[in-house]
Write a protein that binds this ligand. Sequence first.
Ligand code: PLP
Length: 360
Amino acid sequence: MNRVYNFAAGPAVLPEEVLREAAEEMLDYRGCGLGVMEMSHRSKDFERILQDAKQDLTDLLGIPENYQVMFVQGGASQQFAAVPMNLMKNKVADYIVTGQWAKKALAEGKIYGQANKIASSEDKTFTYIPDVSDLPVSENADYVYICENNTIYGTKYKELPNTKGKILVSDQSSMFLSEPCDVTRYGLIFAGAQKNVGPAGNVIAIIRKDLITEDVLPGTPTMLKYKTQADNDSLYNTPNAYGIYICGKVFRWIREMGGLEEMKKRNEKKAKVLYDFLDQSKLFVGTVEKEYRSLMNVPFITGSDELNAKFIEEAKQNGLVQLKGHRTVGGMRASIYNAMPYEGVVKLVEFMDRFEKENA
Ligand SMILES: *Cc1c(COP(=O)(O)O)cnc(C)c1O
């Protein structure tokens, strides 16, 4: 077996320890005689898996009593609709558009009500986060929506917006559990699992309990009501049980590594190696304003499409894969999520250095 360093933005690298453990349990989960994929989601064994996952997540983030943790399906994109369907009581919501994912969420919001774009960084191809300290938040807005880490562009909010008392909804897909987070500042956090915590299709939603009501938009499907998921503890229908199982293992892995403070420290250390290299390089350039750099997604370019393509190809031959940038940005992107080892980033930087010298 020859594992590569996988810099994909998602589905992305998972901790090797987690994958090995899952492999060992694939055919016979802890003496059950069957695997988790074959197991009833109503069985005692799965109930344990689900509750342990929830507990570990709760402990990691310090999620208070008045918040509900839910595992839902349909990817983060499904939440672009679920959020307005559940929360748009006045049919008004404000969106801060800092990239493609926020833009998509805004477009979806418009289907259900008056979704306002109150700030945007599109004027400079999303290379920064706008000033969010004093935005024209709508009087009757049901929530203010952000995408907190922009997977495609590689920017991250360093401060949360002043929502002027409105509920904050955050798409944390590509930064979930990468550092500590004060859950009490949000009405709702959701994250697609495939960036930092598990298999695609799984979504983790953390919602303040008073926001879970029957008062949803007419026509909201039963499956998309947060109340349905909360009342049934994520078991209204057959959940993505195997995905929850893997997420649970990743939560446990993070705990064993020392928790979110430790994750942050590691992630900062990894990102520093890469950003420091970019800052002194004469060939490679980071594409975003330094102040807003993401710890997770690092886009960079050489200024020549030909060299970019050559770099991506040669990196691949050196076991450094999935470095091609998003089609809307071009160039390269290194996603260095929790599970990317420090050595992987060092290898990447060494390779970049070599490539720069050879192509000077
Ligand atoms: C990947 C991503 C999404 C979309 O996730 P799906 O699970 O494919 O729907 C949404 N938001 C952010 C920030 C992402 O990185």
